[in-house]
Design a protein around this ligand. Sequence first.
Ligand code: AMP
Ligand code: MG
Length: 423
Amino acid sequence: MVCNSNALWSASEAEAHINQLAQPLDPQRDRELLPLTQSLGRVLADTVTSPLDFPHWDNSAMDGYAVRFADVQQCSADRPITLAVVTEIPAGKIPQVSIKAGQAARIFTGAMVPLGADTIVMQEDTEREGDRVILRQAPQPQAFVRHRGSFQRSGEPLLPAGIQLQAADLAILAAAQCTQVPVYRWLRVAIFATGDELVPPDRPLQPGQIVDSNSYALAALVQQGGALAQVFGIVPDSRADLRRAIISAQESADVILSSGGVSVGDYDYIDELLQDLGATLHIRSVAVKPGKPLTVATLPGVGDDRPRLYFGLPGNPVSSLVTFWRFVQPALQRLSGRRDAGCRWLTVPTAEDLHSGGDRETYVWGRVTWTQGGNGEEIQFNPAPGYQNSANLVNLAQTNALAQVPLGVKRIGAGDRVQVLLV
Ligand code: AMP
Ligand code: MG
């Protein structure tokens, strides 16, 4: 089925439509429980609730003395107060005595505050003489006591569903003793490259052949995004081979990415085959440069009823990456269950003039850099040096941003601010 797919979509229309098509994995059905040590980079499928108060008990934030505020509130340089040190409480030990009037406990950072005491005086503000401690200045009431539950109460949400777990999140899960973490299963993404001219990188090149570089970039981007890349390799421009590849991708993956074969050339069979296989073709071209030919389709699921999202990316290496960054990456994030799915835009000055034909939204690839300028940190966009052409992948190296020259704009001058997509 074809639905208005012959229209030339604007980038934002295409983005919104793809967003609707990218239905997240099911947090109940598409989940697994993983050991904490294996959950880095995975997306949390449930809100994790704290089983504990944080801190778990009143404890000291300093090495010093646990005292009764009432005993020491009047103390000053002129009227020092001497307390009897009746016990010592290292971290991890349960206080054995409670503190009575005129007494103090030697205490260390993280140790439980003993009954009777309500204030910690830091070691640096005291003098020790044998079994006694002398104070020459009054502390604030409850100073340096970290109260039970003051950071977080048990039963409250600790981490929300849909976050991609990072180092600090693992620390929080460990502290909450959540050793089996509910995460979404991997999103599976099949990748194949189409073209009779393509050879793998380890094969001697014959005249007219080129190396399939797209498979490597796409697989890396899929993995970086926290999904599982299933690399199918090179498929020749033959209807039968392409059909077989699409069907086996349909069986094994949630999302299918192909590169090449979606333009208007005689050997561009992808769209036609997708229709034969019962796909709904949503988008066939988007008014962006590079990357105009872009097919977005949904295919029926095989083995389960989840529709498969198909992206037919253009073959030119830069076009293929740019359309991935602009349209596929946010969709994969959304499908993976991420609550922060979407393109990350930043507005920064450009270091050089940026040009466009004006007839399509144009992306100039390059780097956003942070440098130490006269007025502190300076951030700017530097277009990749050399020839910016959709077939030239050489100057894509180290790209971390795409500057967007909007439709109708032919030039953005050096020093002017430009919207960049962080990739
Ligand atoms: P196509 O969209 O199939 O017409 O391909 C457009 C251009 O991209 C052609 O010059 C192809 O040789 C090149 N191309 C297609 N697929 C790849 C690939 N996997 N890696 C590198 N270049 C490719
Ligand atoms: Mg081709």
